[in-house]
Design a protein around this ligand. Structure first.
Ligand SMILES: [Zn+2]
Length: 191
């Protein structure tokens, strides 16, 4: 075979190889995108399943709270316990939310109390703290901090997803396969 023909054949092979690599790259990107969609579908189905299980549990507890069925006794006891502590925590939360910090001793004083039960400092009139409360309330502070952390997490997740989707898999594969095949035959034919 003449050099010209050999080069022509080699060019064809390289073209095929490049086309295959490009196709693999596109297939890889599609696979990643497809997986993201499938994973979304999976987590949606899981959420529905969990919501249904939750409803079943609630319904059972509603209908058979006093059941002596051994299979459910332990779980029903846990529900009663959790409900009781939930009630206590909600009352605590409401108390903290409506409390103001005493300017005299720094302890919480329930709204509406005219004097601090701890140090006796006279508390401001009801009108004044209503406007100031949102800025200083610890509950609001925690809520705002939580929201900004959540926003940051969502931002990072979006960026990561955007970065992962188009390029990751194909780019990693392409150069490794390409390099050796291209160099070797070109040298042989030139001599
Ligand atoms: Zn006080």
């Amino acid at each position: 075979m003449e050099l010209k023909d050999k080069l022509f054949q080699l060019g064809g092979e390289l073209k095929d190889k490049a086309e295959k690599l490009a196709k693999d790259a596109v297939d890889g990107s599609k696979k990643v995108a497809e997986k993201v969609k499938i994973k979304n579908a999976i987590s949606q189905a899981e959420s529905k399943l969990n919501a249904a299980y939750l409803e079943i549990g609630k319904k059972y507890e509603e209908l058979y709270a006093d059941s002596t069925d051994e299979a459910f006794a332990e779980l029903l006891a846990q529900v009663r316990e959790a409900k009781a502590s939930l009630e206590v925590s909600r009352a605590d939360l409401a108390a903290v939310d409506s409390a103001v910090v005493c300017s005299g001793c720094g302890k919480y004083v329930q709204e509406g109390q005219r004097f601090c039960p701890n140090c006796g400092t006279k508390q401001p009139e009801p009108e004044a703290p209503v406007e100031e409360k949102p800025e200083t309330s610890p509950a609001d502070f925690v809520r705002e901090a939580t929201n900004s952390v959540a926003d940051a997490v969502i931002e990072v997740a979006d960026a990561a997803e955007a970065a992962l989707l188009p390029k990751d898999e194909p780019k990693a594969d392409a150069p490794a396969e390409d390099a050796p095949a291209e160099d070797a035959p070109a040298d042989d034919d030139a001599e």
